[in-house]
Design a protein around this ligand. Structure first.
Ligand code: ATP
Length: 794
């Protein structure tokens, strides 16, 4: 086992390395090219002075006793012989320059767009120069090199001397026009400029003289006042106007066009200077250009999403069968019952859902709504049906709704909701298809928006199926890189089917064997670890200057965040706790506090909680939990009080069970028939996913050393936390040794409060860890504490 683990770890590191090499390797390659080009340059230059002496050594390269005079010894002599003598002669130096430029581009990681152009022009220069030298200095082979000599010879054989001259002139013209951008115009301008600058120096003198001589007022005015006006406008446009109007003299007019021409030329140069691209954003652009956006799914690139065929139809063919007689009968009974109570109906309409039919009635004018509401039980009695719910009035409509269960409820299969286009096309971060509403519409919500979910209902009413529907929805929509689950299952059997996808979708503490947590003590550690993960994620978001996980991941994908600074793609984490009541009964505040903290703060950083409970009593669903779980689902409960505890309103007590549920995310309550997914189906899905290539391990949560690990630590007095004394006073005053108390009173983080508790234990102020109970406080009062602490140093 251990062996297996190490090899897999190695694999991941090599994989990670391979993502980064380009940047480091280009720097190395760049410096290598620069140094190599320098070596070539020195070799070539010194070759001109030493080639005669070294020529005899060329054939004795391997002989160590022989030494060449070239600055780079035999290497220099050989390479230069090849490049200079047998190659391009003096023009070979251009090659070293090109090599050096390439090295610099790589070393400084510059945009390599212009590099190819430089090489093409460099080679054209090399050929032209070597041919030119070959032509003018035929007897000096080192100037033109063998290439120059041979090409010259070749051309001469076919075109004669004049032909070679013409070809060389054409080459020169080509280079001047295309590379140096020479044109007859620009040459003429350059000449004119030369002349004018000479003239300028003369003319400024004459202007000054002429100012003094003749026109005093028209010239002194603009000279003194106008510059102030000019300052507020662009110089280029205003100066000419003023000067032209006021000074029709030739001397002034000459100055103006010269300036304009200069600015034209300057404009040309300005266009070339486009060197702003040095920000991280643009580096990111380049990275995105080079490698594309970061793809978090790449590590499991071949991952196949589960297919719809893995899910059963459960006998439902999608349509709902409702008996027309039943409809008519129910309508008549409703109308009659209401008539008995002197409530007239002006209109009635039925909407058939999978389990219930909604009869919408519009009462006659003047009828009080509360009257109908009070008749709920009577209507139920006359319809002889359980689970009647009256919605008076239906929010957003001017009608009163009466929900009557269908005699033959149809099952809403998970398959039908997963296959629905509403779910398939859902552009949500964490889409969940719960089931179908009363009007037979697939109900899809985004867990990321909820942002946490509380599920409650009496036993056997469909909670576990509901949890499976949530998890299945996510498995059908999300890649293993995008979401991780932490599953807490005190019943040990409900969620164990998800073990198969441990290395794909589950997250766990570093040292734990099982990914699915069944032990309540471990839940505390996991929750605290999640709190650390939350703090870490907030830190990452802060440095990335984004507000939530979505923006963070988008920025990371666009390669704007450097993995070397600790940034990484952050998957959503969904914590599912089945049987929360059990947990809160055994661990109490120790779970409630981290859960509340996570629920309050974790929404922005992609940690979402789903807690399910059988016992919806107030000591389980406490105020603090309720306040932080706006999205709630109630399956059937046994009493109105339970319904109120979950939903803050009654109604859940009138559900018919078997997945009939009420969903609220604030004010509105929606009745939904939960989609049914059976254990064998989930089994097939997890099998399908589990048989595919997985990550080496389950996603690791940050390490959390619980309070129990600190029992034997002997803390030095000097190492104590700055808040140690305050914490000791809080604990002694309250006579309750718990980290969460310190945390609350002193507003400290988990880790710090935990450390202080350890230090208090080491100082003998509190007793050892006692599981879910608070530690015993060993100091009676503040006087005793003072005494203890002041005697400590002695
Ligand atoms: N959406 C549904 N559609 C049809 N039948 C359902 C649905 N949900 C639950 N049932 C039926 O109710 C039974 C009990 O459901 P489930 O196991 O989810 O209940 P539970 O609330 O989790 O119970 P417990 O709390 O005891 O675990 C299921 O075996 C199934 O037959």
């Amino acid at each position: 086992m251990a062996r297996k683990k190490t090899t897999t770890k190695k694999k991941t590191t090599t994989k990670k390395m391979s993502l980064r090499p380009s940047k480091q390797n280009t720097i190395i390659l760049g410096s290598l090219l620069i140094l190599f080009s320098m070596a070539l340059f020195f070799s070539f230059v010194s070759f001109y002075f030493t080639w005669q002496d070294d020529q005899s050594l060329l054939s004795e390269f391997a002989d160590r006793n022989e030494q060449a005079k070239n600055l780079l010894n035999k290497f220099g002599a050989s390479v230069s012989h090849f490049f200079v003598y047998k190659g391009f002669g003096l023009a070979s130096l251009i090659f070293t320059v090109l090599l050096c430029i390439t090295g610099l581009y790589l070393f400084l990681n510059l945009d390599k767009k212009g590099l190819l152009k430089k090489w093409i022009w460099g080679l054209i220069f090399m050929i032209w120069i070597s041919v030119a030298f070959g032509f003018v200095a035929e007897t000096h082979p080192l100037l033109g090199g063998l290439v120059g000599y041979e090409m010259n010879d070749f051309l001469k054989d076919y075109t004669g001397t004049i032909g070679v001259v013409l070809i060389l002139i054409f080459g020169l013209v080509f280079i001047l026009v295309r590379f140096f951008k020479f044109s007859p115009d620009s040459m003429a301008k350059a000449f004119a400029k030369g002349e004018k600058t000479i003239k300028d120096s003369k003319s400024t003198k004459t202007v000054k003289e002429s100012i003094n001589d003749e026109r005093d007022t028209p010239i002194t005015e603009p000279v003194e006042e106008k510059p102030v006006v000019i300052d507020t406008y662009t110089h280029k446009k205003d100066i000419p106007h003023l000067e032209k109007e006021d000074n029709p003299k030739d001397d002034f007019q000459v100055n103006v066009p010269v300036e304009e021409e200069e600015s034209e030329n300057l404009n040309m140069e300005v266009e070339k200077i486009v060197e702003e691209k040095e920000e991280t954003d643009n580096i990111a652009d380049k990275l995105v250009q080079d490698f594309g956006e970061f793809d978090p799914t790449l590590e499991l690139g071949n991952y196949k999403f589960p297919t719809i065929e893995l899910l059963d139809q459960h006998g439902s063919t999608g349509g709902i069968t409702i008996n027309q007689e039943e409809l008519e009968e129910n309508k008549n009974k409703i109308v009659e019952t209401l008539k008995n109570y002197k409530i007239g109906i002006s209109q009635i309409k039925a909407t058939i859902g999978p389990t219930v039919t909604l009869y919408e009635i519009v009462p006659e004018a003047g009828i009080r709504i509360s009257k109908i509401k009070n008749l709920e039980d009577d209507i139920a009695l006359s319809l002889a049906a359980l689970g009647i719910r009256i919605i008076a009035p239906i929010p957003g409509k001017g009608t009163i709704g009466i929900e009557v269960p269908n005699k033959n409820a149809s099952i809403v299969s998970m398959r039908s909701v997963i296959a629905s286009s509403k779910f398939q096309k859902a552009e949500m971060q964490l889409p969940i298809a719960f089931g179908k509403t009363i009007s037979n519409e697939t109900f899809v919500v985004d867990l990321a928006k909820m942002p946490h979910l509380l599920m409650a209902g009496a036993t056997g009413q469909g909670k576990s199926v509901g949890l499976n529907a949530v998890l299945t929805s996510l498995l059908y929509k999300k890649h293993p890189a995008e979401v991780k689950f932490i599953l807490v299952d005190p019943k040990k059997v409900e969620l164990s089917i998800y073990n198969k996808i441990e290395r794909h979708f589950l997250a766990k503490l570093p040292d734990s064997e099982e990914a699915i947590i069944t032990d309540n003590a471990k839940v505390i550690n996991t929750l605290n670890s999640l709190c650390i993960e939350m703090d870490n994620r907030y830190e990452l978001l802060k440095t990335a200057m984004v507000r939530n996980l979505k923006e963070y991941n988008a920025k990371f994908k666009a390669r704007k965040l450097n993995p070397n600074d600790g940034h990484k793609y952050l998957p959503y984490i969904v914590l599912v706790i089945d049987e929360f009541a059990d947990l809160i009964m055994t661990a109490g505040k120790e779970v409630e506090t981290p859960i509340a903290r996570l629920a309050q703060l974790a929404r922005a950083i992609g940690i979402h909680l789903i807690i399910a409970t059988q016992r919806p009593s107030v000591n389980v669903i406490t105020g603090i939990i309720k306040a932080n779980f706006p999205a709630r689902i109630a399956f059937r409960v046994t009493s109105k009080i339970d319904s109120r505890t979950i939903l803050d309103t009654q109604g859940a007590d009138q559900l018919i069970g078997r997945g009939d549920m009420l969903y609220t995310q604030g004010n509105d309550v929606t009745r939904i028939q939960c989609a049914f997914v059976d254990t064998p189906e989930v089994d097939k899905i997890t099998e399908y996913i589990g048989s595919q290539r997985a990550y080496p391990n389950a996603h690791e949560l940050p390490e959390y050393s619980g309070e129990e690990s600190g029992t034997s630590i002997d803390y030095e007095i000097a190492d104590r936390d700055a808040m140690f004394r305050e914490a000791a006073e809080v604990i002694v005053t309250a006579q309750q040794g718990s980290a969460s108390l310190i945390q609350r009173k002193l507003k400290l983080g988990y880790n710090r409060a935990g450390r202080i508790i350890d230090q208090l234990e080491a100082a003998g102020i509190v007793g050892p860890f006692e599981g879910s109970k608070a530690r015993q406080v060993l100091v009676q009062d503040l006087v005793a504490l003072d005494h203890l602490l002041s005697n400590e140093g002695n």
